[in-house]
Write a protein that binds this ligand. Structure first.
Ligand code: GL4
Length: 830
């Protein structure tokens, strides 16, 4: 029996000023204390990294105070909690964000200044955790920020990859991948919870046994076991509540296999440890592309099992019984990466806790919600049955059982045809057979959502058509959103200052308040301030570009920004075709009223994705040609900024004039970069794809440059006999750029270099670049016209920002809470 410590001690006088006080002097004292006693340095010997770490610990203490206060409240009031399961997170650097959330940026900078330290320099020391590929991982982090801000009791689970997304270097215009080193100087933001760990089993076989009382049980006899240990990063909402990011790291259960050691085979003894730790070594660097690798399946199962075992422990700790698990937790599956959770929860309930199947299934379905993030066929996860059997033999049996019961229900309760059955089954029998993870997630959840209005409709119309027919009420939409704290308050302090000075600071937690800016859109004084800020942000990015690439960009050029993963469906090459068109026009002397433009690209390509890597080479080759040519380089610049990350993104978005959102309609589930750029005052040129549709609805046709086929027209064209070559024949401009592509001018050392792009566009064109080219050019002509009137452009820029209220991740989280989780925020509680 332990006596509980009085929680009020946390706010006692000594602790308060020493560890959690927010005044300049408190912060200074804590910083020095951390520097001496935590880092073990005297100021003379301290490096800039030591200073950064001492400050990080200083801030972390204060974040922890909020976190433990929230946890206490959840526990005291026995609140319902969201468990967010995601294989990816991209939190971005923590320090500046936590300072903002605590509201102590100014006094901390002052405290550091008194010590002769430039806080900005410390902020730059931080290596961000690149634990995701792109939009999906960043969305998870925005949601965590919003849950903590609004006060939705939450815990986010994931994988502590030792190596996150690779570092991208550009050499001779080509992408090269280097290992990420985010942990090389340690990670002051996390706390290892060595006592919170779970055993995870793999492989082997199962034994079905009936005991003397006639009770039936299944034993899984694995052939390997390892342990997952929790690493916690506290997350603080903006002037709000605490949450936690709990990441699992794989470790060997026993550090040494002593029998091998005793025989003198030391290396064999260590081998098991190494193999176990491999599971969380590295993030798979593919966005929207399945690999089918055994290690990937193990990663998914590993983190899901750790997380579910943890939820069960937390639930039982509250003195509850498992029958009520779904009352305590809403578990959200971020895409199918954690979908194995459906089978794992069934295994835990049925095998480990001996709850009968029907009751377990009821609990399972009521716990889970599933968010689909892609319609791309190649990204819909499937696991081959032989592989699955090898890794998770017991789960295969459970999935067969779920499938069997589901098929029976379809047949006998719903009278489904054999064709429907084979379309809907969890098992695809073609070839060696495979498990359709999206079907498992859909059947095992009580709600399924897409991430934009269009995407949710297409999901019901195509990928999950039969399921939507069967259970129309199961399907809903939650349009993505972004954190206004990170993507404007932190990244664009000047614009944030102007907005707050004009309409007050309420907009940071209620983004709809931005609409108050509409009144100012035509005010010349306000417009001038707005333009001046954009100019400053552009000059700053221009300095950064010079530093990173050696290329000078005049900040008075229009900054045309295309930053996101490199993928054919996102059509960076459509943008390039236009750049070549402009180049050829200048070369012909048709450049009298041409607007000087800087085209800025950034984004990583999956290391094994040939076409995406070739597109990077194409961008850099076009850049090499243009940036050095004095006949064109005062009118055009083409920049590829290497190693796109959250940190880089924060620098780029505030400097953009034009945002390229030009995916083929029907392919981009939502997009979130579109929202980040618009919130920073860029105008969008885009297709009717993903959340662009809703953005245009909000912003208005007049303030948005629309072009291209819509999703229905794309579908229709694909079903007809689309001939991309016809566009080549009929459009002179297109013909010129296509011919130029293979003329050798872009790659004298290898004239055939871009032939694969040329041929694909001309003969196949799966992403309808040829079909949309003309419309793109027409829309761009409007861009140039509008840019010609700077006051008018600025007005539109202000209107764009004023109408972005809907796209706050706070709104998305409110939608999840009311439609799916049925959880009240702290704010709405008495
Ligand atoms: C993605 C979508 O491609 C992207 O449109 C969406 O915004 C994001 C978050 O919902 O999810 N799906 C996958 S897979 N990666 C993504 O970025």
């Amino acid at each position: 029996e332990r006596k509980a410590i009085n929680f009020d001690l946390l706010t006692s006088k000594t602790i308060k000023s020493k560890r959690i006080g927010l005044s300049k002097n408190d912060i200074k004292d804590s910083f020095l204390e951390n520097l001496f006693f935590h880092i073990g340095r005297v100021p003379k010997g301290a490096t800039i990294m030591d200073y950064y770490q001492a400050l990080a610990y200083t801030v972390r203490d204060r974040v922890f105070k909020e976190f433990v206060t929230t946890v206490k409240r959840i526990s005291d009031e026995d609140l319902r909690v969201v468990a967010y399961l995601s294989a990816e997170y991209l939190p971005g650097p923590h320090l500046a964000n936590n300072l903002l959330s605590l509201g102590i940026t100014e006094q901390t900078a002052a405290a550091m200044a008194e010590l002769g330290i430039d806080m900005e320099e410390l902020i730059l020391q931080e290596e961000e955790p690149g634990l995701g590929n792109g939009g999906l991982g960043r969305l998870a982090s925005c949601y965590l920020d919003s849950m903590a801000t609004i006060g939705i009791p939450s815990i986010a689970y994931g994988i502590r990859y030792e190596f996150g997304i690779f570092e991208q270097h550009i050499k001779n215009g080509l992408q090269e991948e280097y290992t990420d080193k985010w942990l090389q100087y340690g990670n002051p933001w996390e706390v290892v919870r060595s006592e919170i760990g779970y055993n995870i089993m793999f492989g082997g076989s199962t034994k079905h046994v009936t005991d003397s009382n006639g009770n039936f049980t299944v034993n899984w006899i694995p052939d390997s076991k390892l342990r997952g240990t929790a690493y916690d990063t506290p997350i603080l909402g903006y002037k709000g509540y605490g949450s936690i990011l709990r990441l699992w790291r794989a470790e060997a259960i026993d550090t040494f296999d002593f029998s091998a050691y005793n025989k003198g085979d030391y290396y064999k003894a260590v081998q098991e440890k190494i193999l176990s730790e491999n599971i969380t070594k590295v993030l798979y660097p593919n966005d929207e592309q399945e690999t089918g690798k055994e290690l990937r399946l193990k990663q998914q199962y590993f983190f899901v099992s750790c997380s579910l075992q943890d939820l069960i422990r937390l639930h039982l700790l509250q003195g509850r019984i498992l029958d009520t698990l779904h009352e305590k937790f809403a578990i959200q599956l971020n895409d199918t990466h954690p979908a194995i959770a459906v089978a794992e929860l069934m295994r835990l309930l049925v095998d480990d806790y001996q709850i009968d199947w029907d009751k377990s299934w009821n609990i399972t379905q009521r716990c889970f919600g599933y968010t689909n993030h892609t319609l791309l066929p190649e990204a819909l996860e499937k696991w081959s049955i032989p592989l699955f059997r090898r890794v998770l033999p017991r789960h295969l049996e459970i999935i067969y059982e779920i499938n069997h019961r589901f098929v029976q229900e379809l047949k006998y309760q719903h009278g489904c045809s054999d064709e429907q059955l084979s379309r809907m089954a969890l098992i695809d029998h073609s070839g060696e057979g495979s498990i359709r993870m999206a079907h498992l997630a859909t059947v095992g959840s009580h709600k399924v959502n897409g991430v934009s209005a269009l995407h949710s409709e297409l999901l019901k119309k195509h990928v999950l058509y039969d399921f939507a027919q069967l259970w129309p009420d199961k399907f809903c939409n939650v349009t993505n959103g972004i954190s206004p704290r990170r993507f404007i308050a932190l990244s664009n302090p000047l614009l944030t200052g102007l907005i707050t000075e004009t309409i007050g600071s309420g907009w940071l937690t209620d983004l709809k308040e931005l609409s108050k800016l509409e009144n100012m859109a035509e005010d010349p004084t306000f417009q001038n301030k707005w333009m001046a800020i954009k100019q400053t942000n552009k000059a700053s990015l221009s300095d950064h570009i010079k530093l990173e690439t050696g290329i000078s960009v005049d900040p008075s050029m229009m900054f045309d920004v295309h930053v996101k993963r490199i993928h054919e469906y996102k059509r960076q090459h459509l943008n390039v075709l236009n750049i070549l068109h402009l180049y050829l026009q200048i070369k012909k002397g048709n450049n009298k009223d041409m607007i000087p433009m800087a085209f800025i690209f950034a984004g990583k390509a999956a290391p094994g994705y040939f076409m995406a890597k070739l597109i990077i080479k194409l961008i850099t080759a076009v850049g090499d040609l243009i940036n050095q040519d004095t006949e064109v380089n005062d009118k055009l610049k083409v920049i590829f900024l290497p190693d796109f990350s959250v940190k880089k993104a924060q620098h780029i978005y505030p400097a953009a004039d034009l945002s390229e959102q030009i995916s083929m309609a029907g392919k981009e589930a939502s997009g979130t970069g579109n929202m980040k750029l618009s919130l920073n005052g860029a105008l969008t040129i885009g297709t009717l794809d993903g959340a662009n549709v809703e953005m245009m609805e909000e912003i208005g046709m007049d303030n948005f440059f629309l072009f291209g086929l819509n999703a229905e027209e794309v579908q229709h064209k694909k079903q007809g006999n689309y001939k991309p070559g016809d566009h080549y024949v009929h459009n002179l401009h297109l013909r010129e750029v296509m011919d130029f592509l293979i003329s050798g001018a872009l790659s004298p050392e290898n004239p055939k270099l871009f032939q694969p792009i040329y041929e694909q566009l001309l003969y196949d064109d799966p992403y309808m670049i040829m079909a949309d080219f003309e419309s793109y050019l027409i829309s761009r002509a409007k861009v140039y016209e509008e840019w010609g009137n700077q006051s008018n452009w600025t007005k539109k820029s202000i209107i764009n920002v004023a109408r972005m209220g809907k796209f706050s991740s706070d709104r998305s989280i409110q939608d999840y809470s009311s439609l799916i989780w049925k959880i009240d925020s702290f704010q709405n509680r008495p």
